[in-house]
Write a protein that binds this ligand. Structure first.
Ligand SMILES: [Fe+2]
Ligand SMILES: [Fe+2]
Length: 462
């Protein structure tokens, strides 16, 4: 018992230390512990059941060990590095179940690693079938090879067949996966399915609100780059971006990005600011309803709810204050009435989407129609990010200042490539002394929410 306990303890410590080092995303919480232990526990339980059915003799059934399943589940639910770690630790534990017969461990490792490699680029559910067959073939091959090395005279065909079935049975993952998904765990496959451009909701944005769709694609580009840079789930961020403004399809003509005609541009002129704000704010509520109807996972719906947090729609708030000054509005203008109801971003992913959304809208409003200098881009990003930060929008998530800085730098790089053709590069040194035409400077001051700056206020609308 002491030996077995020590063995399990070493494997457990190995997993713990690796996990703690891998990424702060995997800091221990109950959710992570379930995620990490489940694939291994399922495989170990299946193995124990098979040994029991074989009257306690692990000799043959050891080849049936579902290492491929550990590999598949952990790639799908976690990520590649953890998957390799879990396959390895699962196979080490299998060694204990099979009296330290290392041939089983080798077969398990080969099958498990094949699963991880095969799933690294998986895009569709049915591809799991192909991966399972590949695992079966790999198992079969390694059993024949090790059998040959140990005993060149005989061909262990029966064992090879067992290994093949053990590998192919990994497709059972297809049946297990929806159980995880039902409990709110989103797999990469699910995210890829949702971000396929043929999804009805995305088609709807593209067809009914082309301006919003373009905005969405721009936001996605910014947010994905930032997510990759700070090491959070970029697929989740992509899905969040794609759906964040889906509610705008109900009244696309009320949003600047879709206003092409003079009639559209004058949409809000006949409305009181407080009415305009209600129409604008409604895109969050409508979005949530549409997403629920389409049964999008709650974690994606969170992006719709949180992408404006409790930000103020400054453009209309200021418009209301001006109208009040002119005596056109008698009642009190309260800033709370011009704030989105929230929730503030609860995750780093949601914070990234909020920032990308605001930066995209500001950049489009301020930088689209003219040549820009890198400095202009920097200012737009800096001011927008600072504005959200100072407004306390990131108080409820784990975003650090370091993250914020990295996000800012990434945004500047992405915007530089977007506005590349319009970037006004400084002249070469030889030309530096030549008299330069003076260009009217457009500057953006921090706290540009001052009432006279209509352009920045526009950003709050999108
Ligand atoms: Fe929005
Ligand atoms: Fe947006």
């Amino acid at each position: 018992l002491f030996g077995h306990g020590g063995y399990v303890l070493i494997v457990f410590l190995l997993v713990t230390v690796f996990m703690m080092r891998l990424s702060r995303e995997y800091h221990f919480n109950t959710h992570t512990i379930y995620m990490v232990s489940l694939p291994v526990l399922i495989a170990m339980a299946l193995q124990a059941a098979m040994i029991l059915l074989a009257d306690g003799d692990p000799k043959d059934v050891g080849y049936l060990f579902p290492a491929g399943m550990i590999g598949m589940l952990s790639v799908l639910l976690l990520e590649i590095r953890l998957a390799l770690l879990l396959v390895t630790s699962g196979c080490l534990l299998l060694g204990l179940q099979t009296n330290l017969d290392y041939q089983f461990v080798i077969v398990g490792l080969v099958g498990g690693y094949t699963a991880v490699a095969a799933l690294a680029t998986i895009r569709k559910r049915w591809e799991l079938f192909l991966a399972s067959i590949l695992i079966g073939v790999a198992n079969c091959a390694i059993i024949l090879i090790t059998g040959y090395i140990l005993n060149p005279g005989s061909v262990p065909l029966a064992h090879a067949m067992l290994g093949f079935f053990g590998g192919v049975s990994s497709f059972l993952v297809l049946a297990i996966l929806p159980i995880f998904e039902r409990f709110g765990i989103i797999t990469d496959i699910q995210l890829l399915e949702m971000t396929g451009l043929q999804h009805p909701l995305l088609r709807q944005i593209e067809e009914q609100a082309p301006g919003t769709w373009q905005h969405t694609l721009n936001v996605t580009k910014l947010a994905e780059a930032a997510a990759t840079e700070i090491g959070v789930n970029y697929l989740m961020v992509r899905a969040g971006c794609y759906y964040h403004d889906v509610g705008k399809v109900k009244k696309p003509e009320y949003f600047t990005e879709n206003q092409n005609t003079a009639e559209d541009k004058a949409r809000h002129d006949s409305l009181k600011p407080i009415m305009s704000v209600r129409v604008i704010m409604n895109h969050v509520k409508e979005g949530v309803e549409m997403a629920r109807q389409q049964k999008l996972p709650e974690r994606i719906i969170d992006f719709i709810v949180q992408h404006h947090g409790t930000s103020v729609i400054r453009y209309f708030y200021n418009k209301a204050l001006e109208a009040q000054e002119r005596g056109e509005i008698k009642e009190e203008v309260r800033i709370e009435d011009y704030r989105y109801p929230g929730v503030k971003p609860q995750t780093i992913e949601a914070a990234i989407v909020m920032l990308a959304d605001a930066v995209e809208a500001t950049a489009t409003a301020k930088l689209s129609a003219r040549t820009v200098r890198e400095e202009d881009i920097r200012k737009v990003v800096h001011v927008t990010v600072l504005d959200k930060f100072n407004d306390g929008q990131f108080d409820e998530c784990n975003l650090t200042l370091r993250d914020l800085n990295q996000i800012r730098t990434t945004f500047v790089e992405v915007l530089k490539s977007r506005f590349h053709t319009r970037i006004d590069y400084p002249k070469r040194p030889a030309m530096a002394n030549a008299p330069r035409e003076k260009r009217p400077e457009k500057t953006i001051e921090p706290g540009s929410s001052s009432r006279t700056n209509v352009e920045t206020q526009k950003t709050e609308v999108s």
